[in-house]
Design a protein around this ligand. Structure first.
Ligand code: FAD
Length: 175
C-alpha cells in the first residue's frame, strides 16, 4: 500500500498552511479572548473551497478525498481550533449528511451554497440529557402542513448563533 501523499493532497495541505499562518494566526488569540466568531476567515475559507471539501463538484464542492480534507483540517486546527471546528461541522456533519441522505431537491436548495461557503451549516444533535447518549433525544418533530413543528432544546451547537442552515435531529415517534 502506498502511503505517500499525492500532488493534489500536498497542494491542499500547503494552501491550508499558508492560509492558517497568514490569515488566522495573527488574530486567533485576540478572537478567542473576545469570544468573536471569525466571520471574515470563514468567508475566505469558503472562497478557498475549504467548506465543502469532499462534496462532489456537481453540488458545488471541491470533490476532494478524505486525506486532503484531513490535511487541511490539521493545518487550520493547529493554528485556530475554533476555525477548525467550524469547518469540520460544515464539512462532515452538515454537507456529508445532506449529500449522502438528502434528496436532490434538498441538495439543490441547501448543499450547493453550504459546499461553496456561501452559507454556513449547523448540526443540532446534543441536548442537555443527550450527549454521548445521543439516542436519548427529546426533541420532537410533528407534521404540520407541508413542514414539521419542532419542539425541544439543543446545546453545544457549533455555529449555532451564526448558521444559515440547521440540520436538526428530532424524533417523530418517541416509542
Ligand atoms: C467544541 C465542541 C463542539 C461541539 N459541537 C457540537 C455540535 O455542533 N452539535 C452537537 O450536536 N453537539 C456538539 N457538541 C456536543 C458534543 O457532541 C457533546 O459534548 C458530546 O456528545 C458529549 O456529551 P456531553 O457533553 O453531554 O457529555 P456526557 O455524555 O454527559 O459525558 C460526560 C463524560 O462521561 C463519559 N461517559 C458518557 N457515557 C458513558 C458511559 N456509558 N460509560 C462510561 N463513560 C461515559 C464521557 O466519556 C464523558 O467523559 C460539541 C462539543 C464540543 C466540546
Amino acid at each position: 500500500m502506498d502511503f505517500t501523499f499525492n500532488e493534489t493532497q500536498l497542494m491542499i495541505r500547503d494552501m491550508a498552511r499558508k492560509f492558517a499562518q497568514e490569515e488566522l494566526a495573527p488574530t486567533a488569540d485576540e478572537r478567542d479572548e473576545r469570544e468573536e466568531f471569525p466571520h471574515e476567515a470563514v468567508k475566505k475559507m469558503g472562497e478557498l473551497g475549504f467548506m465543502g471539501m469532499m462534496v462532489s463538484e456537481q453540488w458545488g464542492g471541491a470533490g476532494l478525498d478524505t486525506i486532503a480534507y484531513v490535511l487541511a483540517m490539521e493545518e487550520i486546527s493547529k493554528v485556530d481550533a475554533s476555525a477548525g471546528v467550524i469547518m469540520s461541522v460544515n464539512n462532515s456533519l452538515v454537507c456529508w449528511g445532506l449529500e449522502t441522505f438528502g434528496t436532490d431537491d434538498q441538495k439543490d436548495r441547501y448543499l450547493r451554497d453550504l459546499a461553496s461557503g456561501k452559507k454556513l451549516g449547523a448540526f443540532c444533535l446534543s441536548e442537555p440529557e443527550a450527549g454521548s447518549d445521543a439516542t436519548n433525544q427529546r426533541t420532537t418533530a410533528v407534521k404540520d402542513g407541508d413542514g414539521y413543528l419542532l419542539n425541544g432544546t439543543k446545546n453545544w451547537i457549533t455555529n449555532g448563533a451564526n448558521a444559515d442552515v440547521y440540520l436538526v435531529i428530532a424524533t417523530t415517534d418517541r416509542s
